[in-house]
Write a protein that binds this ligand. Structure first.
Ligand code: MLT
Length: 406
């Protein structure tokens, strides 16, 4: 969505620090100038004023990627990354025109407030300018891929090294939405697993074995003509990736393991899966996610990013009942994958949220130590869903890793 135009701005000497770099405060001002310029060229700088509201910044996340200097011409692209009833997220990508280097990426969350400072629904004229509310998957229509007894919905974007994104439980392919938008130099392939979202759901629990999940990934690669892919698994997506390594090692070029672990369930954890299965059968997805949510997200995410919790609830709501029960059975019975990982000899990135309770940093570090060529990174202020809780930091780790692949 590109309601905001692209704006070119020159860095002035007075915006630079003692070393000649564009300073951080000036970058924020520059982004603000870009937004005003885009409004001036479009609906007018008084768009908010004439509607009796004001966009108040609630949160700004910035990744500084490269220095910029006085006289550099910077191109600021602004897109509407998300829109709720009262809030919107704008994403800025700042590139230097001379060498196309990415200088910074920023996500800025605004809440629409009235003259008394109360959050208020975005008025219609502004909503029209921003474009439709962010649809599932950022508006990308998935393709449909036959896989054994089901058809899978697969989001496929871009060109370059194929990267297969495998979501966790109980999420769907949109858990990767920030990475699917940001990693523009690779071919991004993100299926909904069987039983989830736009994919088919076999009725019986035997339709959801680890083998089937892994073979589905191969069906996706075959359908797209991909011989080998970088496979990026989040939590349960990691468990499926371990099975893929056992069954189809030649299809994996490199590994990204996010918020996952090789250990099988303990006796107590197995009991927890059985209890959750009963909750799923008796009360449905909503009850399941309410039980899981406090352990999935970092306390900081729960306190400051209600939109992330809302997305997790939405993703869980897109699981079919058999898909939920089938996955819980698979999770309970999955094997230990320590030996599988010991045999891995490919480039591997292990990343984990600093507050992940389900696959904690110590466990993730020990997992990385099993693999000779593994890099290990902790994503600060993230729980078990780093790609969604800290999207810029996670995307940057992925981009750096992918750039370094032979
Ligand atoms: C997941 O995120 O996929 C689950 O937390 C995995 C698990 O419960 O073991």
């Amino acid at each position: 969505m590109t309601s905001f135009g692209t704006v070119d701005l020159t860095v002035y000497p007075y915006e630079c620090d003692a070393y000649g770099h564009l300073n951080q405060a000036a970058l924020l001002t520059l982004l603000e100038r870009a937004r005003w310029d885009a409004l001036a060229r479009g609906p007018g700088m008084d768009l908010f004023d004439r509607n009796g509201v004001w966009p108040a910044v609630r949160k700004a996340t910035i990744e500084y990627r490269a220095p910029a200097f006085a006289r550099d011409l910077l191109r600021v692209e602004t897109t509407v990354a998300g829109r709720g009833t009262t809030s919107m997220t704008l994403r800025h990508v700042v590139r230097r025109v001379s060498d196309d280097a990415t200088v910074a990426e920023a996500d800025i969350v605004f809440v629409c407030i009235d003259r008394l400072g109360r959050a208020t629904p975005i008025p219609e004229e502004i909503a029209r300018f921003l474009g439709p509310r962010t649809p599932v998957g950022g508006g990308h229509q998935p393709i449909r891929v036959p896989a054994g007894d089901v058809e899978l919905a697969v989001d496929v974007r871009g060109e370059g090294v194929p990267v297969l994104f495998v979501h966790g439980f109980p999420f769907d392919r949109t858990v990767w939405r920030h990475q699917l938008a940001a990693l523009s130099r690779v071919r991004r392939i993100a299926p909904d697993l069987r039983g989830v979202g736009g994919s088919g759901a076999p009725p019986g629990a035997d339709g959801y074995s680890l083998t089937r999940y892994a073979d589905d990934l191969v069906a996706v690669l075959d359908a797209l003509g991909v011989r080998q892919a970088v496979v990026c698994g989040l939590s349960m997506g990691g468990y499926v990736t371990f099975e893929l390594l056992r069954r189809h090692p030649a299809r994996v070029k490199a590994l990204i393991l996010a918020d996952t672990k090789p250990q099988a369930d303990s006796v107590e954890a197995k009991r927890g899966r059985d209890e959750l299965t009963q909750v799923a059968q008796r009360e449905g997805q909503d009850a399941v996610i309410e039980r899981l949510l406090p352990r999935l997200l970092a306390p900081e995410t729960l306190a400051t990013q209600p939109e992330v919790a809302a997305q997790v609830r939405e993703m869980a709501g897109r699981w079919s009942a058999p898909g939920l029960v089938g996955a819980l059975g698979m999770l309970r019975d999955r094997p230990d994958s320590t030996e599988t990982l010991r045999g891995v000899r490919m480039p591997t990135l292990v990343l984990v949220g600093s507050e992940d309770e389900i696959a904690p940093p110590d466990t993730a570090r020990a997992m990385a130590q099993l693999i000779p060529a593994a890099e290990y990174h902790v994503v600060p202020a993230a729980g078990h869903i780093a790609p969604l809780e800290q999207p810029l930091a996670t995307s940057r780790l992925l981009a750096d890793f992918l750039r370094g692949l032979p």
